[in-house]
Ligand binder design. Sequence first.
Ligand SMILES: C[S@@+](CC[C@H](N)C(=O)[O-])C[C@H]1O[C@@H](n2cnc3c(N)ncnc32)[C@H](O)[C@@H]1O
Length: 366
Amino acid sequence: MSDSEIPQTEKKKGGQRGNKKNNSDKKKPALSKKKEKALQREAERRNAVMAAFNKYYEEEWGPERWPVLLEALKKPVRHCMMMNKYANVQDVKTKLKDILPDLTMLDFVSIPCYASKTMSRFPQPGKDSNNVTDYYILDAASVLATEALDIQPDEQVLDICAAPGGKTLSVLQRLDKKYGRLTSNEIASDRRRRLRQVIESYLPPDVAQEVSTVVGKDGTRYYGEPEQYDKVLLDAPCSSERHLLHDEKELELWSPKRTQVNAKRQLSILKAAVHSVRVGGLVLYATCSISSLENDKVVERMINKGKIPIEPLKLKLPVGEKTKYGWLCLPDKTTWGPLYFALVRRTGVSKEGELDDDEDSEDDDV
Ligand SMILES: C[S@@+](CC[C@H](N)C(=O)[O-])C[C@H]1O[C@@H](n2cnc3c(N)ncnc32)[C@H](O)[C@@H]1O
């Protein structure tokens, strides 16, 4: 507090000599009152945001499901260990021998993944005797999503929003180093660094060199490689509501506008993803949002308004629930997620010009 902010009456009293103790005693309540008010305002703001958040998602999910879903979202995220096929199996077995009875193998994914029966923490991933990292810890719904792409060993794949790299790694588990190739794109340089580190630490150097390229483009403007890929994975930046519920400061910044802004950006990246995939190729669109604006509505807009024709493919998976165009794993029903994903096939060439990335500049309602 500057001198000019001190109430005049107190200033005067503070001016009296030999009354130091009294002076500080008097100032303190004034200071703490201000602080108290600030704290109160902060709490009111937080409550108002939480009320708006609740109202928004209750309208979306209904009064019966929302409270149950909200409780599940507030719980700690459940993870699994995705085994790295390049790591030495014997080394991993030895490392995990003491916790083996607590581990259960997940039968709804084909890459070997293990969850804890008692929700215990896993030992940190580490290097095996060949200096390859043994496993990656992530949400099993992420593995399920990438498996919906059904990557074949010889395919050319683009991961257009790739960092930190959990889904990148699960794609890499399926590619053959001789014939397959993955281009991982990440716009943020610090996250791109992390992505490179992940790929380098999980793949033997010769495999990494043959199979993987990391680039740093803006996904909304990814128009330099038309019809280049067999499969494109778009794990889009989104509202990440579960993350917000675990971070008070982030939650304070939430407003319904956020999901609208995200949806607009997601559609821009989806257009570029569809532009990059060959005719007949597949795009997997994913978010960890629970907002339909960022999920089915983005896919719907692409189907109805995108210049490149696509068709949604039906998904029928052992875990999760069907949506209009895709699939949702939510923690109240599956313990995993949230993760939405939709699989679409490009069915033809652009109906108009090649570049359609600025089409949605008029789409303020997205
Ligand atoms: C949901 S995260 C991806 C998570 C990742 N697929 C994984 O499984 O570890 C979305 C990523 O997209 C990046 N991103 C945001 N906007 C982007 C853009 N315009 N172009 C490319 N990447 C972008 C973010 O920095 C973030 O790392």
